[in-house]
Design a protein around this ligand. Structure first.
Ligand code: CA
Length: 457
């Protein structure tokens, strides 16, 4: 990122001016209407707690419930069995692009500035929940800008973060920022445990609800290092360069699942599980070097790429009070859909003037048909700028890039056999026309000020 660019300075200047506004920021949610919506959302008229879990670098192939056979994920498998799983969920190819998309409900074409940055003027789901009376917390990875006030600005009352003000080690003997205070650990602590401890403490303190916990987990991103459950765990290890081996990835997936299990058990102990909506997904495909089996196929970690293994992520949803369980959906979902989904579940009002690209998948979670999207769109550029590195639209079978490349991706996962426009079957031709329409919808959607603020690298 080029922080000295004129565009970025302008963003910061306006951010500073707007920071003087009330905590509700640009949100115009009306609590009275929110409460009515909540009454409609749950049978008991109780506003649900919401826990949104985002794993780091974890593709769909890693989860047992999704057909993965390489790792142990019993906690997530149980959540899926008692709730819903969506087999066609998509993220962006990298961290920050997905996080911005997830938090704002808008495609990157509209608002993505640069890697490690989020435009301080954006409206997030946390702001909406806070304005509707929810207690809000983020626990986990940040990577959205180094200004100390940003977590609060983006709507979080509390923040236990890795990679906010600095970039210390994340796993053994880590460094965190807890509500803005730098904390460094040297007694064999494990970063993911500390974040999970904080998250469970937040839940305990807000057991009477309602609360929103956004839990962007540190796991399972490289460096692939031993977990406390690994045979070669070394509590005296220091730094991200030691004991690195992709063989540890399996333990890291298992530990991630174990931490989710601890969270669920805690909700059970507090007696609030029925009224807590849990959503679990990944921010991009599995990291480099890991090889995983799913449905009899080997999937190399594809993070950063636009092919399926770079963007196809798990999606497990569980809400005992409202979801009948055992739901398996083939509907397309992408990360813009989470904001409208959790707002609908909680009866949180979305301001009429707020543009959203997503649509709620809550009806499917509740066992209904819903209004599934016909395509997933992606505008991706790591460094922002005016032009995408990858721009495409896909459905469950076909994928059209803005540069005209067209694939039957479901039969060509590595995208090695582009389809010639002159030879298309009627199905393929119809899909191509549909996907071209999706691309056209966003052809002029990138604002100049956002394009100019990023480095475009
Ligand atoms: Ca990631």
């Amino acid at each position: 990122m080029n922080e000295s660019s004129t565009g970025m300075k302008e963003l910061r200047r306006r951010a500073f001016l707007k920071a003087c506004a009330a905590a509700g920021l640009c949100v115009t949610a009306r609590p009275a209407r929110a409460a009515e919506g909540a009454a409609a959302a749950t049978a008991g008229g109780r506003r649900p707690n919401v826990i949104l879990i985002l794993a780091d670098d974890l593709g769909v192939e890693c989860i047992g419930a999704h057909g993965g056979t390489s790792y142990r994920t019993p906690a997530l498998d149980a959540l899926a069995a008692g709730g819903a799983r969506f087999d066609y969920a998509y993220a962006q190819p990298l961290c920050t692009p997905t996080r911005v998309q997830l938090m704002t409900g808008q495609y990157n074409v509209r608002n993505y500035v640069a890697f490690g940055v989020m435009d301080p003027d954006l409206t997030t789901f946390a702001q909406l929940f806070k304005a509707a009376g929810y207690a809000t917390c983020i626990a986990g990875k940040w990577q959205l800008g180094k200004d100390p006030g940003l977590p609060k600005r983006f709507g979080f009352d509390e923040a236990c973060l890795w990679q906010h003000l600095r970039r210390p080690p994340r796993y053994v003997n880590p460094g965190l920022e807890v509500n803005g205070e730098e904390k460094d650990y040297a007694n064999g602590e494990y970063g993911p445990d500390l974040v999970n401890d904080y998250a469970r403490d937040f839940i305990t303190r807000h057991r009477d609800g309602p609360f929103l916990l956004y839990y962007p987990m540190i796991l399972t991103h490289d460096p692939y290092q031993p977990t406390p459950d690994s045979p070669d765990w070394d509590p005296k290890a220091a730094g991200e360069g030691v004991n690195r081996d992709v063989k540890h990835f399996a333990d890291m997936v298992a530990y991630m699942d174990k931490l989710i299990g601890k969270l669920v058990a805690h909700l059970d102990e507090l007696g609030i599980r029925d009224h807590t909506l849990i959503l679990f997904t990944g921010d991009n495909g599995t990291g480099y070097g890991a090889k995983s089996e799913r449905n009899g196929r080997t999937v190399p970690g594809g993070k950063g790429q636009s092919i399926d293994s770079g963007i196809h992520v798990p999606l497990v949803v569980n809400w005992p009070a409202a979801c009948p369980g055992g739901i398996v959906s083939d509907d397309l979902v992408d990360t813009t859909d989470f904001l409208p989904t959790i707002c609908e579940a909680a009866g949180v009002d979305v301001p009429a003037g707020l543009t959203l690209d997503g649509r709620s998948f809550l009806p499917q979670v509740r066992g209904g048909k819903g209004d599934p999207r016909g395509w997933v769109y992606c505008w991706f550029s790591r460094g922002g700028g005016p032009k995408a590195q990858h721009e495409f639209a896909l459905d469950r079978r076909f994928k059209l890039y803005a540069n005209g490349r067209f694939y039957e991706w479901s039969a060509d996962l590595a995208e090695e056999r582009p389809l010639a426009e002159a030879d298309l079957s009627p199905d393929a031709a119809a899909a191509r026309a549909k996907l071209a329409g999706a691309l056209a919808k966003y052809a002029a959607a990138r604002p100049a000020r956002i394009a100019e603020a990023g480095a475009g690298e």
